[in-house]
Ligand binder design. Structure first.
Ligand SMILES: Nc1ncnc2c1ncn2[C@@H]1O[C@H](COP(=O)(O)OP(=O)(O)OP(=O)(O)O)[C@@H](O)[C@H]1O
Ligand SMILES: [Mg+2]
Length: 358
């Protein structure tokens, strides 16, 4: 028995195509689950079915242990105790801040006043009760929208890219405030985003979606550090790919050998490494550092592009051995010049080996 949100085997078809395919997930009270994936993968469609503004072709949705939608039952959106926050969170323009936040509240006027007061204080908008939406900044409007969505104490909060209209600096603050409030209220949150940074910042658990299916789920740390395949790795950052063929559970490359346990001899594999996990060392009259078990054998490359990014520099190398391009990030105190020769090593503990897809 769950008191949060449970979605089982949800499928939705448009024009003969499965846009959402067998999606199952569970969100507990006080937990934030992020549906993360590229544009068009079916995130909003999933959320709309949970909200009750669209109906699945098959599958079941339960809220607080009660089935709100399956083949036979289908409660309307307003009967599901669900709060909604979308990108175009449109406040009611003709209502004051107070009336906007009080909109979904039942009970006495006195209770409404207490609840609205408490929430406006939470979102740092005390004193704005009589203001109208057009008198507020984007960030202030977003906070009113948050207070309005939270006011009736929904058991579930569904959020679809709710912060994408805000500029970067404003966004981080509002994200954190939103999380604090939803955690305090014990709300189960299903948040949709196509931005990995947002998902990692907000989520207790990420469900990575691709073409209508959930391909991986787990805590941000695990999804980032143990991607199920190359695309899952590439969704979170730039990646480098080195190809090889397995022989005796080992793949030999210009960077030395990589363990490839479980792959039969002759399998074509891809070794995937994020730019921040490539180690760089200086050229010493045509020689690099000595090989180590952790970092393997160094291979030499020439800097073809070097960009200062603030916290780090992003450097692109053309490798001597095959002319391929590899990207590495280094601390920004270091901005190597084009044409400089450097040696690259690959952290064995940080790379992933996948079967090569054709
Ligand atoms: N009512 C509809 N009729 C037909 N096709 C639809 C309908 N709603 C969504 N789709 C299609 O389903 C697919 C998934 O759409 P959805 O809005 O769920 O994507 P998304 O993951 O939210 O993408 P984004 O990050 O761009 O918002 C898209 O190809 C879209 O064109
Ligand atoms: Mg969407």
């Amino acid at each position: 028995m769950t008191t949060g949100l449970k979605v089982e085997n949800l499928t939705r078809r448009f024009g003969g195509r499965d846009v959402v395919s067998d999606v199952s997930l569970e969100v507990m009270p006080g937990q934030v689950m992020c549906l993360l994936g590229p544009s068009g993968c079916g995130k909003s469609t999933t959320l709309r079915m949970v909200a009750g503004v669209d109906r699945q072709d098959s599958g079941r949705i339960s809220v607080g242990g009660e089935v709100v939608s399956d083949d036979t039952v289908h409660l309307p959106a307003e009967a599901r105790h669900i709060g909604l926050m979308f990108q175009d969170f449109a406040l009611f323009p003709h209502l004051s801040v107070f009336d906007n936040v009080a909109f979904g509240l039942k009970g006495t006027k006195r209770e409404a006043m207490r609840r609205v007061g408490e929430l406006l204080e939470r979102v740092h908008l005390e004193g704005f009760e009589t203001a109208f939406p057009h008198e507020l900044s984007g960030g202030e409007q977003q906070r009113v929208a948050l207070a309005r969505a939270v006011a009736p104490r929904p058991r579930i909060m569904l959020m679809d890219e709710p912060f994408s209209g805000l500029d970067n600096r404003l966004r981080d603050g509002i994200r954190d405030e939103t999380l604090d409030i939803l955690k305090d209220e014990g709300t189960a949150v299903l948040l949709v985003t196509h931005e990995p940074d947002e998902a990692m910042r907000m989520a207790d658990e990420i469900a990575l979606m691709r073409e209508g299916r959930i391909v991986q789920r787990g805590a941000p740390y695990n999804v980032y550090n143990a991607p199920v395949d190359r695309s899952a790795a590439a969704f979170f950052s730039d990646i480098n790919v080195i190809r090889g063929v397995v022989k005796g559970a080992l793949t030999d490359t210009p960077f030395g050998g990589f363990l490839a346990p479980g792959f039969p001899d002759g399998s074509a594999v891809e070794i995937v490494i994020r730019p921040q996990h490539i180690r760089i060392d200086f050229d010493r009259q045509g020689r690099g550092p000595n090989p180590t078990p952790e970092d393997g054998t160094p291979a030499r490359g020439t800097v073809v592009r070097s960009r200062f990014m603030g916290n780090e520099s992003l450097v692109e190398f053309r490798m001597d051995h095959d002319g391929s391009i590899l990207k590495a990030t280094v601390p920004s105190v270091f901005l190597p010049k084009e044409g400089m020769a450097l040696w690259l090593m690959i952290r064995r503990g940080r790379c992933f080996v996948f079967r090569q897809k054709d």
